[in-house]
Design a protein around this ligand. Structure first.
Ligand code: SAM
Length: 261
């Protein structure tokens, strides 16, 4: 691709990677194996797509910008195991395609990071892992531990379902064009540590718990849940009644929800 002549669209989060070592490192962190079907959101100029096609059985990739079609057509000609969808990933019914040994590996458009993650995890696809390159500060929130400033709603919700870790930081200079901030690769590997019957209701519970960060957990939850039940549950879990939401670890968030709901 002619980097100089292509009109990069900031509004579509177009920050491309051309460094072969970095592209290979991303595929390695994504644990892509020969039997895998890899889903990529945002093919761009197809640089990561090509590396994924070399390592996986199949690659399914989405790209919204039709200006990239000529360059991606060339990639498609080299990669017989590639399926390209030129459309908005957010509009696509992910459950309509069959994917075996599915993984996600993608340098995703930052303006829709959280919607993409939630679309992936709420789909019926059983992804073996999800590795996405996102803004470093967002990756830190996803993987944050209790009692830190980054620990909040998304940390709890994601870590209830996945082991979440940052596999590497990627400096802003590694992208064309360079974004304003550094990025990080964050990896989500599903675990089955907790049983939650109604995940939507659990999500609402976590949102309510963190609704006012400065308030205590009881003061946040009492607006929606029975105050006495919350206090009894906190006693049972050996927390003080003035505990703040960011002090509750993921395991105890699940226990608290199951006691209060
Ligand atoms: N994978 C390429 C790379 O690593 O060089 C490009 C990554 S770039 C950060 C994200 C890509 O996602 C852009 O090419 C952009 O046009 C595309 N994109 C943005 N919004 C999209 C959407 N809703 N659905 C599909 N692709 C989208």
């Amino acid at each position: 691709m002619e980097k100089q002549s292509f009109n990069f669209k900031k509004s579509l989060g177009q920050n491309f990677i051309f460094d072969t070592n970095l592209l290979n490192a991303i595929a390695t962190d994504g644990e892509v194996q020969k039997q895998d079907t890899v889903l990529e959101i945002g093919a761009g100029a197809g640089s990561l797509t090509k590396v994924l096609c070399e390592r996986a059985k199949n690659v399914i990739s989405f790209e919204i910008d039709l200006n990239l079609k000529p360059v991606l057509d060339e990639v498609k000609a080299q990669c017989k195991n590639l399926t390209l969808y030129y459309q908005d990933f957010m509009e696509f019914d992910l459950n309509a395609i069959k994917m075996e040994n599915a993984r996600v590996v993608a340098n995703i458009p930052y303006y829709i990071t959280t919607p993409i993650i939630f679309k992936l995890i709420e789909s019926k696809q059983n992804f073996k892992s999800i590795l996405v390159l996102i803004q470093k500060e967002v990756a830190e929130r996803f993987s944050a531990k209790p009692k830190t400033k980054d620990y909040g709603i998304t940390s709890v919700i994601l870590q209830t379902l996945f082991d979440v870790s940052i596999t590497r930081v990627v400096k802003k200079e590694c992208f064309t064009p360079s974004p304003k901030v550094d990025s990080a690769l964050v990896k989500l590997v599903p675990h089955k540590k907790y049983v939650i019957n109604n995940f939507d209701k659990f999500k609402q519970f976590v949102h309510t718990a963190f609704s006012m960060r400065r308030k205590t957990l009881v003061n946040n939850l009492k607006n929606v849940y029975d105050k006495q039940a919350v206090e009894t549950a906190l006693n049972e879990l050996n927390y003080a009644l003035n505990v703040r939401p960011e002090e509750i670890d993921v395991k105890n968030f699940v226990k608290l929800y199951n006691l209060v709901k």
